[in-house]
Write a protein that binds this ligand. Sequence first.
Ligand code: IDP
Ligand code: MG
Length: 139
Amino acid sequence: MAGSTTFTMLKPDAVEANNIGPILAMINKAGFTVKAMKYMQLTKEQAGLFYAVHKERPFYGELVQYMSSGPIVAAILSKTNAVTDYRNLIGATDPTKADEGTIRKTFAKSIAANAVHGSDSDENAEIEPNFFFSALERF
Ligand code: IDP
Ligand code: MG
């Protein structure tokens, strides 16, 4: 059902800091269930394609370098109002501006190394998982 799923990545800083478990616990506690999950490292080319919408932004090169610097966890999450509720759970892009109790406030290192990705619209929540998951890998 449209709007009932979103896409997330636990970024290299979160994996490196051994925070996969604590972040997944927050996700589950907030009522999301996991529909698909993969532990992998993106090549620079793959990270560049995933973030192509940001190509013209000044931080694009840094973002692509960073997102390919170590393994990530990619996942599809399900819940009513998944996109909006997950953006609220992760908090603002800049962790210094994120609310208390959000994933980014709790775990992010910086505006670039900000622990997690979350789809920003229902449209992108449909598109982004196709980059990572085949139909056979979704439950
Ligand atoms: P979002 O992840 O909260 O949706 P976007 O504006 O879509 O934020 O930016 C995508 C990602 O690019 C951010 O999560 C962060 O990792 C990185 N980023 C955003 N703004 C900056 C910046 O000013 N400097 C460095 N990296 C940034
Ligand atoms: Mg975004």
